[in-house]
Design a protein around this ligand. Sequence first.
Ligand SMILES: O=P(O)(O)OC[C@H]1O[C@](O)(CO)[C@@H](O)[C@@H]1O
Length: 461
Amino acid sequence: MNPLLRFSFGASLGRVVLRPGEDPFALYEPLQTEAHRWYLAEGDGSAGFGWADLPLRSCDDVLEAAGWLRSFEAVVQVGIGGSALGNLMLHQALLGDTVNERGPLRFYLADNPDPAKVREIWDRVKDRRTALVGVSKSGSTAETTSQFLWFKEQMECRIDGPVGDRILLVTDPAEGVFRAYVNQTGCRSLPIPSDVGGRYSVLSPSGLLSAAALGVDVEALLCGAREMRSFLRGCSDRRINPALRLAALHRYHERQGRPMAVFFPYSSRLERFAEWYAQLWAESLGKGGQGTTPIRALGAIDQHSQVQLYVDGPDDKFATFLHVGGEEDLLLPQVVDEPLRGLSYLGGRGLGEMLSREARATAAALASRGRPLVWIDMERLDARSLGQLVYFYEVLTAMVGRMMDLNPFDQPGVEQGKRYTYGLMGRKGFEEHAVEAQEWFARIDGETLEGPLGEDAEVTE
Ligand SMILES: O=P(O)(O)OC[C@H]1O[C@](O)(CO)[C@@H](O)[C@@H]1O
């Protein structure tokens, strides 16, 4: 078994109604076996499977470009979705939220095209020697390309010399506007391999570049991913392979009327991992009327927010607890002040010890109500173990998609919105989409209540 992650499935079935002799794992046996065969065959050559071999790719080009980025004082990365969430996830998990306060290189991610946010980033970097990194698999996403244009223009107005000397684009090797810009200007670039989709690209230069520039050991990250890859490929026993087991449980609980998949890490450093997971899960598996909704939770914060609903609300969720060990603990003092005597049970205990016990307590509370869950123990959180976890979730998601008989690598529902946006922004060739979007929106708008709320309304207590 893999050394850094341990999976416990014991309490995971919860209070489900089983017919005599029914075994949820047995129910899915043929699908599990087929999904594993499909994974080993790398999707039988179907598009989008390039992520599976990313851990085998050399990262020399990333390390070289990261060295170049470190010659700047600040980096602005424009990118969204899979071209942003992986970066934020790696930075938080391995460098902490205060990385900008510590390091000589400041990093800002311009994902949402919100003018206030963009202005704020610019105000922070405009007086520094700044590099502009554009990350986009397609090289055409409007949120990313628009911000690229804006930051490039600001930089052009402010610096001497060609702005291209400060630009690096991470994009498809052959297609898209970003690639055309690289070909035309000769600016620096790194590839996102053509058969790797955005949300599966964190182990490609898309996710690795900023992490390496800020000091993450990306070789250790890839090493962890390689370890998980060999483990999951080598273990075809569906009762031992944790990805196969968990895939069957996710399917089972969806079919049992639990359309929500809660991801509940007990570590502030994994809050963004939950966001990264949510995109991977939702975009890969929400198709054709199927799919479970990923819910981001954080221990212990959500004990004081969502847990009431998980324990006492409808039995419609399947939770994954992720417990992290090996962290530095902070010891609490013995309580001597008279008025604080009621807290003496905390004296001499650790904060980390408490967080860890709270994870157990919450999982136990759910189990006591028959709510299904799976428990993952991470021996410690470092680049290697995170590489294992990332790769595990990519394989799990892909295999669940295969068991659902859908394509886990496309996103037709998102593309519809993208086409409407292009149309509404006046992009040539998307005129019909603009008309269609306006027609649909008119129907939504048509339902607006007449008059501003409160003006004519009689308020009765
Ligand atoms: O990297 P790109 O091509 O700019 O895409 C950004 C994001 O947009 C999507 O295509 C749709 O949201 C995601 O899958 C992707 O991560």
